[in-house]
Design a protein around this ligand. Structure first.
Ligand code: DGY
Length: 317
């Protein structure tokens, strides 16, 4: 059996696969694999460990001659045409649970960085502009008693809310289904998206990207935000109408926004760089040593199971 890993991920994945007698090939370079290289390297593979940056569309899936499993090294899987892969008998898996805490930590980091203007303040110091304590220097928004609106109360949304409860936030959420345990635990209230956007002081996005959530926060929805709102996105850029959000930020129509994800990555909108009231991260939600090791173990175990004719641990159903 041959497995192709499309990037250099934690070596624990390769070690587990090799232990099972699987031949492993890894993309050797420290850059994103090109489409042509991806096609060439995957066409004969029995299993593939893929990244969210690679598009497994119908065209690529049709070229896979032996593939039984695509194990995506991410919880999000909008880069893969899962239905088509399944129709070809390919199992697609993702990495839920293991990255929940790391991603929630990044959401909280962005919320705090936005509310207390951490990046602006750090830049101010580096530019040697600090000449003494001032009553109004970098005043921000205190989170105590503020309302946090969670858009998508799945694992990561709930973990973010749990952490923000510790800062004294009231929790409201928008989700398809009612989350009874979550409501009990955090006294969280389910509301409509419109109510959430109109009443939240901080909005944190945690829905997966799919046909229903693409542009969920469009121009009309973004206009509902309070002028003091903070919007944080650690899910996928395409959930928000980014150009319009940039316009709102430029006009100071909301307080601040925190981005870990962008529309059309890695070709993000360079207008973002001009915004003082935005905090920009390079899609590092799951980037802790611990989590990336766990993700590597999980993708390897998923591949091993499928290649041994067993059910995957975390299949996308
Ligand atoms: C995911 O797993 O989908 C994240 O975006 C990666 O950090």
């Amino acid at each position: 059996m041959k497995v192709f890993i499309t990037s250099k991920i934690s070596s624990v994945a390769k070690a587990l696969l090799v232990k099972e007698g699987i031949t492993v090939k890894e993309y050797p370079k420290n850059k994103t694999i090109s489409r042509d290289e991806l096609i060439n390297s995957t066409k004969n593979a029995d299993g593939i460990i893929s990244l969210l940056t690679e598009k497994f569309d119908k065209d690529l899936i049709d070229k896979l001659q032996n593939c039984k499993v695509i194990a995506n090294y991410a919880v999000g899987y909008n880069n893969i045409d899962v239905d088509y892969a399944k129709s070809k008998g390919i199992v697609v898996t993702n990495t839920p649970d293991v990255l929940t805490d790391a991603t929630a930590e990044i959401a909280v980091s962005l919320i705090l960085a936005c509310s207390r203007r951490i990046v602006e303040s750090d830049n101010f110091m580096r530019e040697k502009k600090f000449v003494g304590w001032e009553p109004k220097l970098f005043q921000g928004i205190q989170l105590t008693n503020k309302t946090l609106g969670i858009v998508g109360a799945g694992r990561i949304g709930q973990a973010t809310a749990r952490r923000m409860k510790g800062f004294g936030c009231k929790i409201i959420y928008y989700n398809k289904s009612k989350k009874v345990e979550f409501e009990k635990e955090l006294n969280a209230k389910k509301v409509t998206l419109e109510k959430l956007l109109k009443t939240s002081d901080v909005i944190s996005i945690h829905v997966p990207l799919n046909k229903q959530t693409k542009n969920l926060l469009d121009k009309e929805k973004l206009d509902m935000l309070k002028p003091t709102a903070i919007l944080v996105n650690t899910a996928r850029g395409e959930i928000v109408e980014e150009k319009y959000l940039i316009k709102l930020l430029k006009q100071n129509k909301i307080f601040s926004a925190g981005f870990d994800v962008y529309t059309n990555e890695p070709n993000y909108n360079k207008e973002l760089l001009k915004l003082k009231n935005a905090v920009l991260l390079p899609h590092i939600g799951s980037a802790t040593f611990e989590t990336r090791d766990s993700m590597a173990k999980l993708v390897a175990k998923n591949v091993i199971n499928v290649l041994n004719g067993k059910p995957a641990l975390t299949p996308i159903t």
